[in-house]
Design a protein around this ligand. Structure first.
Ligand code: SF4
Length: 367
């Protein structure tokens, strides 16, 4: 029985109604509880909880500081290739989009790593599209040892793989793997992932379990905000996190909150999420599970990041490029998504240091 089988027993619409119709009393109860359930989480995410947002923010900040002190991990994405066999309707890298595709060779990976080193980063997130043939294990066997030389904590955001591959990646020095479910709503998942391996929802959803079996230090989870109604989707994610905590308690869990942004193909998010809703969403997760490592990327605006970081965030990226070769060379190919916070690394780090946060460059192990 995997979480995919558990999901079969959860009714998406029923959980949506539970969030929308949550009473003020259930919000007050959820705020008072020490250990919060998914039912509490649903109440904290509800319209009835909006009135209590200042209290949620205060509590989220208290829990973040209690668990992680003043630390803020700094990481940078390193795009190795923008090749992709999938056709996600919301993504600039989708197979149908015509633009120059690039796969970095060893020399180019070294050049990117040198450029990243000059920026001061040692926590690197390797990112690729999903392309088994040119961006699969054979390619990773060549490239990961290079990136490992430059990183004290190495993370990957690549296609879902099997347990044996994850074991091998761990031996090569990979510490964390992020595979986002995008949505737990089956019809929405099928509609937005019509072709390629990603079409297989079960295989993707069971990825955190394969990572847990391989003993990965950290597993990244999340949904793509804007794709389906986020109220029920977030509850499914909370159920999934509970499942992982129960079965694979040795691995840490990190969460990311990508909000759909403009991309090639002109995709318009059917369920846009406002900044206020995003703050409530992030705080609800912090209150639900204070151990979660929460990151926020440059997709969000500088104002938003400045506001949310001190409240609940454990790691951020800055000075990011979403193009292969984007640090060492001046590439202007199609990006995967539009970057919203384009401040430089120095500006951002000075800003958060002034706010009293201790920036961690050498490792994202902020505990
Ligand atoms: S979201 Fe990932 S899998 Fe989908 S098209 Fe973009 S790069 Fe490929």
């Amino acid at each position: 029985m995997s979480f995919y089988d558990e999901l079969e027993k959860l009714d998406f619409d029923e959980w949506n109604a539970r969030v929308i119709n949550a009473s003020e009393n259930s919000v007050i109860d959820a705020l008072m509880h020490q250990n919060r359930t998914v039912e509490d989480f649903a109440a904290l995410l509800s319209p009835a909880a909006v009135k209590y947002l200042p209290r949620m923010v205060k509590e989220a900040e208290r829990l973040t500081r209690k668990r992680f002190g003043q630390t803020l991990g700094m990481y940078i994405p390193l795009y190795l290739t923008n090749l992709c066999n999938n056709s996600c309707k919301y993504c600039g890298f989708a197979a149908e989009n015509k633009f120059r595709r690039k796969v970095l060779n060893q020399e180019e990976v070294y050049a990117e790593c040198e450029a990243i080193k000059k920026m001061g980063y040692e926590t690197i997130l390797v990112v690729t599209g999903e392309h088994e043939k040119k961006g699969g294990m054979d390619y990773f066997r060549q490239m990961i040892p290079i990136v490992k030389k430059y990183s004290t904590y190495l993370m990957m955001e690549v296609q879902p793989m099997n347990t044996e591959d994850y074991r091998e990646l761990k031996e090569l020095g990979v510490d964390a793997v992020m595979v986002y479910q995008e949505t737990y709503h089956k019809p929405t998942y099928q509609e937005n992932h019509p072709r390629g391996r990603k079409k297989d929802m079960r295989y993707r959803m069971e990825t955190p379990e394969r990572l847990g079996e391989a003993g990965m230090d950290k597993i990244g989870m999340g949904i793509l905000l804007g794709l389906a109604d986020y109220h029920a989707d977030a509850c499914m994610l909370a159920h999934h996190i509970s499942y992982m905590r129960k079965h694979y308690w040795q691995s840490k869990i990190s969460l990311s909150f990508p909000r759909l942004r403009p991309a090639a193909g002109g995709f318009v998010p059917p369920y846009p999420v406002s900044e206020k809703q995003l703050i409530q969403y992030i705080c609800a997760f912090r209150l639900f599970d204070p151990e979660l490592e929460i990151s926020i990327s440059t997709r969000e605006s500088s104002q938003f990041r400045d506001a949310i970081v001190p409240i609940a965030i454990n790691s951020i990226s800055a000075g990011s490029s979403t193009q292969p070769g984007g640090y060492a060379a001046d590439h202007h190919d199609l990006p995967q998504f539009i970057i919203n916070d384009d401040r430089g690394v120095k500006e951002i780090s000075r800003h958060f240091e002034k706010m009293g946060l201790d920036l961690i460059w050498h490792s994202s192990r902020v505990s």
